[in-house]
Design a protein around this ligand. Structure first.
Ligand code: CP
Length: 303
């Protein structure tokens, strides 16, 4: 079988994405299925993670696979100066698939060129996070009943936020309208706006969203990522620029849902958590089912 990796959401056709989402529905109904027996999956996390790593490992365990890897590269030979090339070359000879998170943009694509087994990009710097996008699409379809023609609000760090970059690219396939809400310093990069222009899709940029919140079908909140700033003063200026509070949700659509890739810091006040429109914890749970579906798809395993 030809090696197939998932580095960018654009590596999958629309038909393939929908197949993954349908497969995830089956895993949600019955998560424990011994489909990965005899398979070894490596999880290589060069950057911190809670949800992505643990939901992948939960997915692998529920499928009966075995896990090797590290959650802290300082405990691997990277600390001795081993290159990404050599690390991937070696690990790919020990396993059937590699899930990798790395702080450098483009590292996942590079790893997919070096590896003899499929690579799943679990986040490469500020670039892409395609498995997060799959679970976001799953969550949007599940809560809205469709993916087509939705009004998506993306709020916060749109410059460095890899989850919004991947999700914007994916939702453009279903003719979304985008409202980008960010401070000047963290606006959506030009290359992604050009992507929408080329698709003929509408997008609007704002620095505040209180007056337009009633139009949203999905509000996708994001954290301002301290770790991406080289100047700590720049981070201090923008870190609490948007805080979503329960009182702001009064005039929102009944079926509007709030998503967040998590972790959150201050951008969603805890008083939102008990509002039925808060969906971020269920969204994270959906990550197990969608990652089960992605693993089986890339390994050519049918259920
Ligand atoms: N959403 C997400 O990527 O979370 P983690 O950083 O905890 O994996």
């Amino acid at each position: 079988m030809k090696k197939r990796s998932l580095v960018s959401i654009d590596d999958f056709s629309t038909e393939e994405i929908l197949k993954v989402l349908d497969l995830a529905v089956e895993f949600e109904k019955q998560p424990v299925r011994k489909l990965l027996e005899g398979k070894v999956i490596a999880t290589l996390f060069f950057e911190p993670s809670t949800r992505t790593r643990l939901s992948f490992e939960s997915a692998i365990n529920k499928l009966g696979g075995k896990i090797v890897g590290f959650s802290d590269s300082s405990s691997s030979s990277v600390a001795k100066g081993e290159t990404l090339h050599d690390t991937i070359k070696m690990v790919s000879s020990y396993c059937d698939l590699i899930v990798m998170r790395h702080p450098i943009e483009g590292s996942a694509r590079y790893a997919s060129e070096v590896s003899s087994v499929p690579i799943i990009n679990a986040g490469d710097g500020a670039n892409q996070h395609p498995t997060q996008t799959m679970l976001d699409l799953y969550s949007i379809r599940k809560t809205q009943g469709r993916l087509e023609n939705l009004n998506i609000f993306m709020v916060g760090d749109l410059k460095y936020g890899r989850t919004v970059h991947s999700l914007m690219m994916a939702m453009s396939r279903w003719k979304a309208t985008f409202n980008f809400i960010a401070p000047e310093e963290l606006r959506m990069p030009e290359e992604f706006k050009l992507y929408l222009d080329n698709m003929g899709l509408k997008f609007y940029e704002h620095t505040d969203f209180t007056d337009i919140i009633s139009k949203a079908d999905i509000i996708y909140m994001t954290r301002v990522q301290k770790e991406r700033f080289s100047d700590p003063m720049e981070y201090e200026k923008v870190k609490n620029v948007y805080v979503l509070r329960n009182s702001m949700l009064e005039n929102t659509k009944p079926n509007m849902r709030i998503l967040h890739p998590l972790p959150r810091v201050n951008e969603i006040h805890p008083d939102v958590d008990s509002n039925p429109k808060a969906y971020y914890f269920e969204q994270a749970l959906n990550g197990v089912f969608t990652r089960q579906a992605i693993l089986c798809t890339l390994l050519g395993i049918k259920i």
